[in-house]
Design a protein around this ligand. Structure first.
Ligand code: URA
Length: 210
């Protein structure tokens, strides 16, 4: 991917995102929409993957048919909201190895605190897609990518639903080699680190907590 930031402006993505932003959308419908958008974003984030061919036999002839090159991909979800995006991406890339990074945001400092990390092996040979719906301050995303790099990952992409300019800038400074794919670049963060206009707390909205 050549661009640092890709905003997926496909009409289906944009329409579904508008439905998700609506504060009256039910938890169930919010999760359903997130899954549908995840499929579309997974399509975009994998659009330029290197290809090779494999010899197969159709019922009629032999052919060299296109397949994705390289080792199975890795998906890394930043808990807990990342799991909402993970589900849909995993649907499209079912052979991917899946890792989880648990980080919570200290509400005072807005800094990430790690409480869990389980990552696939051989990350140096895999395209690693880190997923979190909200790129807000960028602190959690930067910390999660620090961890996957420590474990050897070299080819990393970051997939989110919404990004704030502050988070994009922070990622560009810390991880300029990691392209970001998002459905929207929103306006800014508020004083509590929430994205505006945003959609609220993604974890709460997908799991029905407060
Ligand atoms: N995390 C969220 O869930 N929402 C925001 O707006 C920012 C961070």
């Amino acid at each position: 991917m050549s661009q640092h930031l890709t905003v997926v402006d496909h009409p289906l993505v944009q329409h579904k995102l508008t439905l998700m932003r609506d504060k009256d959308k039910s938890t169930n419908h919010f999760r359903q929409l997130l899954k549908e958008i995840s499929h579309l974003l997974a399509y975009e984030v994998t659009r330029d993957l290197p290809m090779t061919t494999r010899s197969i036999e159709t019922p009629l002839v032999e052919m060299d048919a296109p397949v994705i090159a390289g080792k199975k991909m890795a998906l890394v979800s930043i808990l807990r909201a990342g799991n909402g995006l993970l589900d849909g991406v995993h649907d499209l890339i079912p052979s991917a190895r899946v890792g989880f990074v648990g980080l919570y945001r200290d509400e005072e400092t807005l800094k990430p605190v790690q409480y869990y990390c389980k990552l696939p092996t051989a990350l140096e040979d895999r395209l690693t897609i880190v997923v979190d719906p909200m790129l807000a301050t960028g602190n959690s995303s930067v910390a999660a990518i620090d961890l996957v790099k420590e474990k050897g990952a070299k080819n990393i992409r970051f997939l989110c639903l919404l990004a704030a300019p502050e988070g994009v800038a922070r990622m560009k400074e810390a991880h300029p080699d990691v392209p970001i794919v998002t459905a929207s670049l929103d306006e800014r963060l508020n004083e509590k680190g929430y994205i505006l206009p945003g959609l609220g707390d993604a974890g709460d909205r997908m799991f029905g907590t407060k």
